[in-house]
Design a protein around this ligand. Sequence first.
Ligand code: HEC
Ligand code: HEC
Ligand code: HEC
Ligand code: HEC
Ligand code: HEC
Ligand code: HEC
Length: 420
Amino acid sequence: MGTRKVYTALIALFAMILLPATDSRAFHSGGVAECTGCHHIHDASSSSSLLTGTDISSTCLNCHGASGASSYRISTPDADMPAGTPPGNRTPGGDFGWLKKTYTYSPRTGTTSVEAGEMHGHNIVAADFGYVADSRNTTAPGGNMDSAQLSCNSCHDNHGRLRRTGTDAAPVFGITGAPIIGSGSYKNSSVPAAGQAVGAYRLLRGSTLQGAGSGGKTFNVVFNAVAPATYNRSEATTHTRVAYGRGISDWCATCHPDMHTATSSKMTHPVNQMLATVVTNIYNKYRGSGNATGTTATAYDSIVPFQSDNLINYTTLKAQASDDGSVKSGPVGSDRVMCLSCHRAHASGWEYMTRWNATGNEFIAVDGVWPGTDSPSTVASQAKYAQGRTVAETTKAYNDKTMVYASYQRSLCNKCHAKD
Ligand code: HEC
Ligand code: HEC
Ligand code: HEC
Ligand code: HEC
Ligand code: HEC
Ligand code: HEC
C-alpha cells in the first residue's frame, strides 16, 4: 500500500470512527465532499485531475471497496471472497464483486457451462481493484456508450452538484439555488428549509447542466427515490424497501435508449407502464408457484420492486421506504413496472444483472431450499440447479432472504404474471 492509499484509508477510517455506521452525512454529505478525499494536490496517483487512485472508479473504491461489508460499501475485495464465498454487501444497487464471480458447472454429463463474471452487471473500469471493461459488450446494449469509459462518475456526479430545494411535497431540482446541507437519499433526511437544499438521490446525475461524466452521457431526467436509513443489511426476515419514484426507467434509458421503446428493434418488455388491475391483483395474491393466497397488506417483495406511480412527492416516498418490515403493502394500479423491477443498478449474482435467476433454468428453488453445490438436499445440490454456486452464494444473491416461495419455485416473472 502506497502512502496515498494509506492516507485515503485513514480518511475513510476517520469518517467511520467519527460517525456511527448508519449516519448518512459522513463524507459527501449529499454534495461535494472534502476535496482532498479524492484529489491530492501535489502527489496524486493519476496525472489527470490529480486523483488519489489510478482512475476515477479506483478513487471511489479506495473507500467504497474497502474490506468489511457495511453501509456505503459496494465492492468486496478479492481477498474477502475466495471461491465459494460470495461478495458481502447487500445494498439495493448490488455488490460489484459479483463481476469477479465466474461459475463453471456441468448441467448434463459431458457438457460444461461457463457463466462469465462480467455478465453479472456494469463493468466499471477500476485498475487498482482489478475491474476491467466488458469484453462482450463493447458498447451499452441498446445504446452507443463506449464500455471502456464506464466509471462511477458516468452515473454519479463525483462533485454531487444536483440538489433538491422546495418542500418534500413539491421538490425543485437544480445545480445551484441554495447550499446543500446533507444527503437527500434517506427516509430520515432533513426537509430542506427555505434557503437550503439536500443532495439528489445517491448523487446521481440528473441535469444536463452538470455536463457529462466519463463516457459522455448527460442526463435530463432525475432519478427520484428514497432509501431507508439502513440499506446494507440482511433481508432474511424483513425487506430493505427503497421507494422508487418518477424517472427510473427514463434515467437508465439515457444510455440504453433502445431498451426502452416498444417499437425498438430489441422488442423490449414494457417499462414505465401502469400495473393496472390485472397485474396488481396478481402481485398482491402471489406467494409462490401455485400459491395465490397472499394479501395486499403483506405482498411487497424487494426482489421484485415496482415504481410508485409517477411520484416526485418525497413525503409519500419517505413513508414507503423501510428497513424494519413496517411497510409491506403491495402495489396499487397506478404503480409501474420499471427497469429495476427486474435488474439491479450495479451488479447482481445473476446473468444480465437481474434481481433473481431469470435466465438460468426452470426452477430458482427446489426441494424447499435455495440450491447450492454443498446443499444437504440431493436435489438442490444437482449441478443444473446449483449452477456452480454454493448455498451461501445463492442465498447472498437474494440478499440473504429466507426461501419463502414454493418448494419448487419458478421464475419471479410470475410475481406479476402468475403463469406458474
Ligand atoms: C468524491 C471524489 C471527489 C471529490 C470529493 C472532489 N472531486 Fe474533483 N474530481 C473528481 C473526479 C473523479 C474528477 C475527474 C472527472 C473526469 O475526469 O471526468 C474530478 C475533477 C475535478 C476538476 C477538473 C475537471 C472539472 O470538473 O472541472 C476540478 C477543478 C475539481 N475536480 C475540483 C474539485 C474541488 C475544488 C473539490 C472540493 C470542493 C473536489 N474536486 C472534490 C472527484 C472528486
Ligand atoms: C474518502 C472516502 C470516500 C471516497 C474517496 C468516496 N466516497 Fe462516497 N461515500 C463515503 C462515505 C463515508 C459515504 C457515506 C456517508 C455520506 O454519504 O457522506 C459515502 C456515500 C456515497 C454515496 C451515497 C450518498 C448519498 O447521499 O446517498 C454515493 C452515491 C457515493 N458515496 C459515491 C461516490 C463516488 C462516485 C465516489 C468517487 C467519485 C466516491 N463516493 C468517493 C466515502 C467516500
Ligand atoms: C450504471 C450507473 C451506475 C454506475 C456505473 C455506478 N452506480 Fe452507484 N448507483 C447507481 C444507482 C441507480 C443507484 C441507486 C440504486 C437503488 O437504490 O436501487 C446507486 C447506488 C449507489 C450507492 C448506494 C448503495 C447502493 O448500492 O444502493 C453507492 C454507495 C454507490 N452507488 C456508489 C457507486 C460507486 C463507488 C461506483 C463505482 C465503483 C458506482 N456507484 C457506479 C448507479 C450507478
Ligand atoms: C452512463 C451510461 C449507463 C447508464 C446510465 C446505465 N447503463 Fe447499463 N450499461 C452501460 C454500458 C456501457 C454497458 C455495457 C458494459 C457492461 O455490460 O458491463 C451496460 C450494460 C448493461 C446491462 C448488461 C449487463 C451484462 O453484463 O450483460 C444491463 C442489464 C444494463 N446495463 C442495465 C441498466 C439499468 C437497469 C440501468 C439503470 C439503473 C442502466 N443500465 C443504466 C451503460 C449505462
Ligand atoms: C420484466 C423484466 C425486465 C425489465 C422491466 C427490463 N429488463 Fe432488461 N433484461 C431482462 C432480462 C430477463 C434480460 C436477459 C436477456 C433477455 O432475456 O433479453 C435483460 C437484458 C437486458 C440487457 C442486456 C441485453 C443484451 O443484449 O445483452 C440490457 C442492456 C437491459 N436488459 C436493460 C434494461 C433497461 C435499460 C430496462 C429499462 C428501460 C430494462 N432492461 C427493463 C429483464 C427486464
Ligand atoms: C413488476 C411487474 C412485472 C414483472 C416482474 C414482469 N412483468 Fe411482464 N408485464 C408487466 C406489465 C405491467 C405488463 C403490461 C401489461 C400486461 O401485458 O399485462 C407486462 C407485459 C408482459 C408481456 C406482454 C408484452 C406485450 O408487448 O404484450 C410479456 C410477454 C411479459 N410481460 C413477460 C415477462 C417476463 C418474461 C418477465 C420476467 C423476466 C416479466 N414479464 C416480469 C409487469 C411485469
